[in-house]
Structures are given as structure tokens and as C-alpha cells.
Write a protein of this length. Structure first.
Length: 53
């Protein structure tokens, strides 16, 4: 199997959010106070590709 490492793109956001939410459900962390309610969950390409000051 061949893998490619690249920068995250907007098309990746939903898939990554789905994986994270599935893990949160599996470990009982689908509640307030966790990433479950983080308003930035699902905005990975915007956040990780932004230039930090």
C-alpha cells in the first residue's frame, strides 16, 4: 500500500471530524467539556494551514 503525506485540505475536514467523533463516542467522551462541543472541530484545514503570528 502506498501512502502520501500532504497538507490537510478542506475536502479532508468532514472525514477527520467523523473519525474523531466516532472515537469520542467509543470512549464515552461525547459530551460538554471535550472536543465534542469544540466549535473548531471540523475546521482542521483552516486552523492547521493558517500562519501563526
Amino acid at each position: 500500500m502506498k501512502y502520501e503525506i500532504r497538507e490537510i485540505e478542506p475536502k479532508d475536514n468532514k472525514g477527520i471530524e467523523k473519525v474523531i467523533r466516532s472515537c469520542l463516542i467509543e470512549f464515552g467522551a461525547n459530551h460538554d467539556g471535550t472536543a465534542w462541543t469544540d466549535e473548531n472541530l471540523g475546521r482542521f484545514s483552516e486552523i492547521y494551514n493558517s500562519k501563526r503570528k
